[in-house]
Design a binder for this molecule. Sequence first.
Ligand code: SAH
Length: 354
Amino acid sequence: MTTLRDHIIEHIHANGPMRIDEYMAMCLLHPTGGYYTTRDPFGAEGDFVTAPEISQMFGELIGLCLAQTWLSQGAPDRFTLAELGPGRGTLMADILRATRAVPGFVQAAQITLVEASASLRDVQRKALAGHAVHWCDSADALPDQPLYLIANEFFDALPIRQFLRDGTGWRERQVGVTDGALCFGLGPVLPQPAFADRLADTQDGDLIEDCAQLAPTVQAITARISAHGGTALIIDYGDWHSLGDTFQALRGHQSVDPLTAPGQCDLTAHVDFEKLALAAAPAQHSRITPQGVFLERLGITQRAQTLATTMTGKQLENHIAAHRRLTHPSEMGNLFKVIGLFPPTQSPPPGLDP
Ligand code: SAH
């Protein structure tokens, strides 16, 4: 059987070295050998655990944050409730359960999931049984109406390119083949007018990353939010203004070389929230806020205490550990950042500052 590695090696022999974004897209979403297309990677037995899989509190608080924003904006009677890259569907299921308490919200919501993987769409269909759910391939296809959207660990899966500074030019980092094995290499020095601004904050030998799908995806969201109302909460690894190599692979909860097992590990890169914010106009963006601070402001500790009253023993221990894992600065609390996108004349969603 031809593996994805064989396929990539053949492709490189036929076409020359492969850009990192091409390699990443193939590894994650190749129809028969891609990581997300062929498996359910989440949970303790999988390769990584995401916030909604750690505790129901994450999705409940996100749901109430979206519903409060919907109320503050006059409770439009028909809107899109969207998630980008919903994984197992756990986050959306928790959002829908928590917001049942908000009169009219779930009834007015048209649930739309942006998901590239057919096998994960099946998992999501089961998790959301009982709800009318639509799927689409990209944010461009979201309906033209008010949009309340969540994306957790979606943007870090969008393919990036990497460039190493050489004088006033740049060499693109590529994937090639040496002695039958995949290896990194560098392309020729070329001018890159699109990165003219990066000559000011980099030196020879510095590496920068560029995600071509970031701005168009953000613009598809903010076009709808500016025209019709709504909000977007984007949560991911990353920081304001990126610099350096953040391309990484995870397998069985361990960091591994991104070239060792194509299609069998998760590949990600940190999100540059500054670029994300710049693409948001004419919508406004909040300040980026650490996940731990955001969840504390939304009341995670009170929610944790309420849930804890019915728990004992191992279940209580796990619950306390989950609260810590989501919020503590040495765990996910600081590594993950939240940004809110919202209409020109409105205030940011609860938990976020203008
Ligand atoms: N949000 C989920 C899962 C994050 S993993 C959670 O928090 O648990 C990334 C998700 O994005 C997966 O569902 C994956 O299949 C999907 N995905 C990755 N790249 C995509 C793309 N280009 N278009 C649509 N979905 C994509």
